[in-house]
Design a protein around this ligand. Structure first.
Ligand SMILES: [Zn+2]
Ligand SMILES: [Zn+2]
Length: 242
């Protein structure tokens, strides 16, 4: 089977998900070196709480001013890569272009960059950031659930799809100020079946985290429902200052 696959790869090399260049021997990721090289992995020094990388080169992780002044309700966020360039394109095609097969490269990027963090925080369950049912009806799928299902298998963590619900529709956070963003998501989430998370360490996940207000509100609700810790992972984290 392996041999057959290798042979077929030579005859019909897989194409890069983004630029369609042939990528022989690409493995399951199917992204060419040029596209991959244009993505920016998030590395230390970063803020261990919000996960935003510091602008300085070198040095150790330390709290950013904002997390120091207002400690967020989550215990730590980590993003695999910065939300820009070809990754932004990949995420948009997955979500808005209905290319559900792109859950795989997105999950593989998360696995590649975030496995050490996930192992270090030892979560009990994984919970995808939910969509409101009106949005779900319109899109037909929740991208965080699709990516989360792959991560759940890889990391052998139960995926709780129905524990956290978005009970109120919200407008896109991009257009809002920081204060408006917090108001926009306040009261938008609820937990059903808190027994599943009581005293447990939750790994909350989304495809993109921009300002952190949505995951902060989810974390607040999960902790109110008894979660002992809430860590957040995302494939893409907005660069500082966005
Ligand atoms: Zn490419
Ligand atoms: Zn921070």
């Amino acid at each position: 089977m392996e041999l057959l696959r290798a042979f077929l790869d030579v005859l019909f090399p897989p194409l890069c998900h983004l630029c369609k260049a042939p990528v022989p021997g690409a493995g399951p990721l199917h992204l060419c070196d040029a596209c991959l090289g244009a993505m920016t992995p998030i590395t230390s020094p970063l803020c261990p709480v919000c996960g935003v990388p510091h602008r300085t080169e070198g040095g150790i992780d330390h709290l950013c001013g904002s997390c120091m002044l207002t400690p967020p309700p989550f215990d730590g966020v980590r993003g695999a890569l910065l939300f820009d360039g070809p990754l932004q394109e990949l995420i948009h095609r997955h979500k808005y272009g209905h290319k559900v097969h792109l859950r795989r490269p997105l999950a593989l990027l998360a696995i590649r960059h975030l496995t050490p963090f996930v192992q270090s925080v030892a979560p009990d369950v994984i919970i995808p950031v939910p969509l409101h049912r009106s949005r779900l009806r319109e899109r037909g799928f929740n991208q965080a659930v699709l990516v989360g299902a792959v991560l759940s298998r890889e990391w052998r963590l139960p995926l709780l799809r129905h524990t956290l619900r978005r009970v109120r529709p919200t407008v896109a956070q991009v257009t809002l100020s920081a204060r408006e963003r917090r108001a926009n998501v306040r009261g938008a989430f609820a937990v059903s079946g808190p027994a599943g998370i009581a005293g447990r360490r939750v790994l909350l996940m989304d495809d993109v985290v921009t300002t952190g207000s949505t995951v902060a509100e989810c974390a607040r609700v999960l902790k109110d429902a008894g979660a002992s810790a809430v860590f957040v992972i995302t494939v893409a984290l907005a660069p500082p200052g966005r």
